[in-house]
Design a protein around this ligand. Structure first.
Ligand code: FMN
Length: 130
């Protein structure tokens, strides 16, 4: 059984956001495979949304790192459902750059505490970058 984690958060990044995210992404592309984690990161300029999946212990370690990261705040967990099968098995961390147009989806998830539309969006986003 695999653990999963879907959250949204508010960015604290300023003008250097794209550089910071490039740095997060380059760390994730090494560290996520080492920990057996796969997932997706979305960034709208104002908010982050991330889905991660892997073993319970390794996901907990990553949660600890991400939760104390000062590059975002107000982190809201939307889902932590256990699963048999990976959703994003091909991706250490799928990310396709800042996407301002999706801020409505991220803001709605933050307000409505509901991750369903967000996961559908992530599925479509990953299908597009395949
Ligand atoms: C929104 C966001 C998502 C992140 N996602 C990952 C990730 O998937 N993998 C990763 O290794 N680090 C990720 N990081 C960076 C970690 O928070 C942390 O800085 C990094 O893993 C180094 O861990 P450490 O501070 O415990 O040494 C993310 C940071 C932010 C702000």
């Amino acid at each position: 059984m695999l653990a999963t984690w879907l959250y949204v958060s508010t960015s604290t990044l300023g003008q250097n956001a794209d550089d910071e995210i490039a740095s997060i992404w380059s760390i994730a592309r090494v560290r996520n495979p080492e920990l057996g984690l796969t997932g997706v990161l979305l960034f709208s300029g104002l908010h982050f949304a991330q889905f991660l999946e892997g073993s319970d212990a390794e996901l907990k370690r990553m949660k600890t790192s991400i939760c104390r990261d000062k590059r975002h705040t107000g982190l809201l967990t939307l889902q932590t459902h256990p699963t048999e099968q990976r959703r994003y098995a091909r991706w250490a961390l799928a990310y396709a750059g800042r996407a301002t147009a999706i801020d409505r989806v991220l803001s709605d998830a933050l307000r409505g505490h509901d991750g369903r539309e967000l996961l559908d969006y992530m599925d479509r986003f990953v299908a597009d970058i395949c």
